[in-house]
Design a protein around this ligand. Sequence first.
Ligand code: FES
Length: 239
Amino acid sequence: MQESEFSFELDGTDLPFEPGQSIMEAATQAGVYIPHLCHHPDLRRNGSCKLCTVKVNGRFGSACALPAQAGCTVESNTSELQEMRRQIVQMLFVEGNHYCPFCEKSGNCQLQVVAYHVGMVDMHFPPFNTARQLDASHREMLLDRDRCIQCARCVRASQDLDKKNIFGLAGRGMNIRLVVNSDSGLLGDTDFSSADHAAQVCPTGALIRKDQAYPCPIGSRLYDTPISQHTIRQDARHD
Ligand code: FES
C-alpha cells in the first residue's frame, strides 16, 4: 500500500494517518479537535469517558481507542454526537461537585472547556451532592475528589511513567472512586511528588499544587479562547 493510501474521511475531509495511529491521534495531528477527557497522548489508552465517541462507517466507537483504517468514514462533528457528548458532560458535572467560579483550575480545566465546546448551558440533571473525601495531607499537593472524574490519567501516569502506583480506582459504577495506595489511604503517606508525571496530567482541579492557586491571570489561561485551531495545538502540547 502506498503511503498516500493511508487516509480516511473525517466529517467529509480526507485525513492522512500513520499505520497504528488511533482516529484521535490522526485527527489531532491534522489539527482537528475531537472532544476527549481520559485520553492523553503520553498515556496508554483507556477508553473510559466515551466523550470521544464518533461514528465509524455508521457505528459508534471511541476515537481514542479505534485504529484509523484506510477508506473508513468517520463522523464526529454532528448534532447527534454533540448532543450525546453534552449529556455525558452534564452527567459528569452532577456526579461530582464542580464549582468552576471557585476552582483554581478554572480556565485551565479540560472538563470546563469541553462543556463550553459542546454547548452545555446547565447541568440538566439533579446534582448528586455526593460527600467526597478531601485529602490535604500531602506537603505539596491537594487531592480534591469533588473534582475527580475518574479518568484514571493519574493512575496510568503513576503506574507507567513514574513507576510508583500511587493511585487506583476502587468500586464500580456510581460508587467508583479514586483511592490512594498507602496504608492510611492518605496522599501524605506516599512518596508522591509534585514533579511526578501523575501530578501533571489531571484534566480538572482534582490534583493541584498547594502553592500555585490561580497561577495565570484571566486572559492568559490555557482555555481563555474558544476551542480553535490555536487551542487544539495548545491542547496537544499541554495534554
Ligand atoms: S477520550 Fe476516548 S473514551 Fe475518553
